[in-house]
Design a binder for this molecule. Structure first.
Ligand code: ZN
Length: 202
C-alpha cells in the first residue's frame, strides 16, 4: 500500500517520534508499505513521520545510489578510493545513535516531504548505530559514506529535525517563500502528498 507523503509544515515532521513496542501490530506490513511508498516516490529513505506516524521507524535503500553512479560513471562518496558498491536496503526500528565520527563532508540533500528543494548539508562521514530490525533482532553497526548520510537524514526525521535545520539562517530565510508554497500544495509532485495548509476543495 502506498501512503501519501506528509509535506513540509505538518507538525508531525517536527515532533520527536515514539519508541516502537516489540508487540506493535503488523510491523512487518508497515515496513513493507513504507518501502513501497519510498520506491513509488523514487526516494532512497523514508521515515514513519513522513507518512504521518510519529514512530521511530525508517527504511532506506542506498543501493539506488550505486545504480545512479554506475550510470553517471562517478562517485560522490567522500573517499573516492573506495569504488565498491556499498549500498544497503534495510529497515531500522528504534535506532539509537552511539557516535558520529570521521571527516565532515558536504552533500546535496533532498527530502520527499520538501519536494524540489535540495541544499548542501555537512555531516560526519561515519555513523555508529544501535537498532532493531523488523523481527526485533538487535544490531550495533558502523556505516559510512552515502549509506551513513541517508541514515543520518532519516534519523533526524524521527527526532523531528529536517535537513533545512542544518542550513545557515540566511539560507533558510531565502527558502521561506518556496517552503510556504509547498505547505499549501502549490508544487507539482509525481507522487501523492498530504499538504498541511492546502485549501479544501469542494
Ligand atoms: Zn527527508
Amino acid at each position: 500500500m502506498i501512503f501519501p507523503i506528509v509535506a513540509y509544515g505538518d507538525p508531525v515532521l517536527v515532533k520527536k517520534a515514539q519508541t516502537v513496542a516489540d508487540d506493535y501490530p503488523k510491523l512487518k506490513e508497515l515496513v513493507a508499505n513504507m518501502f513501497e511508498t519510498m520506491y513509488n516516490a523514487e526516494g532512497v529513505g523514508l521515515a514513519a513521520p513522513q507518512i504521518g506516524l510519529s514512530l521511530r521507524i525508517f527504511v532506506i535503500d542506498s543501493t539506488l545510489f550505486d545504480e545512479k553512479e554506475k550510470k553517471n560513471g562517478k562517485s560522490s562518496e567522500p573517499d573516492d578510493e573506495n569504488q565498491e558498491p556499498t549500498g544497503l536496503k534495510r529497515a531500522f526500528i528504534n535506532p539509537e545513535k552511539i557516535d558520529e565520527t570521521g571527516k565532515v563532508w558536504k552533500y546535496e540533500e533532498g527530502c520527499l516531504s520538501i519536494p524540489k528543494i535540495t541544499e548542501n548539508v555537512s555531516r560526519p562521514d561515519t555513523l555508529h548505530l544501535r537498532y532493531y530490525d523488523e523481527d526485533f533482532n538487535e544490531y550495533v553497526e558502523t556505516f559510512t559514506g552515502l549509506t551513513a548520510r541517508v541514515i543520518q537524514h532519516e534519523y533526524d526525521h524521527i527526532e523531528g529535525i529536517l535537513f533545512l535545520d542544518h542550513l545557515k539562517p540566511l539560507r533558510r530565510q531565502l527558502l521561506k517563500g518556496r517552503l510556504n508554497k509547498i505547505s499549501k500544495g502549490n508544487v507539482k509532485v509525481p507522487y501523492r502528498m498530504r499538504f498541511p495548509n492546502a485549501k479544501r476543495r469542494r
